[in-house]
Design a protein. Structure first.
Length: 143
């Protein structure tokens, strides 16, 4: 039996929209990362970007379970000496909830050029409106 290996020209991409209202951050990120990688398709090939486009809306209504709002921090470095910055997730979710979802999905993708290519297919919006109606996205139900 031959193993099917997808090529870039064979990939057919679809658009999905995910409503993140009332769903845990990690659950949204893991489901979106699976679709971005293409693992939901029978034509999945590890070394080819076979994933679909994903639009995440209502990120301002994403839930963090437990005491993560107070105890979890988003850390980044400015590039200067002593430039480590920390933001508590309570303020991050209030000001930049789209960044929190984006970084959660980014952490679940491969750390190479293929993962960076997959991340370009992710579109994140704070509210319920998005500007990709022309692509006719299908609703993706989170499990």
């Amino acid at each position: 039996m031959k193993t099917y290996m997808a090529h870039d020209k064979d990939v057919v991409r679809k658009w999905f929209v995910v409503d993140a209202e009332g769903v845990a951050l990690g659950r949204v990120a893991s489901q979106v990362a699976k679709v971005l990688c293409g693992k939901h398709k029978p034509t999945y090939t590890p070394n080819v970007d076979t994933g679909d486009f994903v639009i995440v809306i209502n990120t301002d209504k994403v839930v963090l379970t437990g005491k993560k709002l107070e105890k979890k921090y988003y850390r980044y470095h400015t590039g200067h000496v002593g430039g480590l910055k920390e933001i508590q997730y309570k303020t991050l979710m209030a000001q930049k909830s789209d960044l929190a979802v984006y970084e959660a999905v980014k952490g679940m993708l491969p750390k190479n050029s293929l993962g960076r290519k997959m991340l370009t297919k992710l579109k994140v919006f704070k509210g319920a409106e998005h500007n990709h109606q022309a692509q006719k996205p299908e609703v993706l139900k989170l499990v």
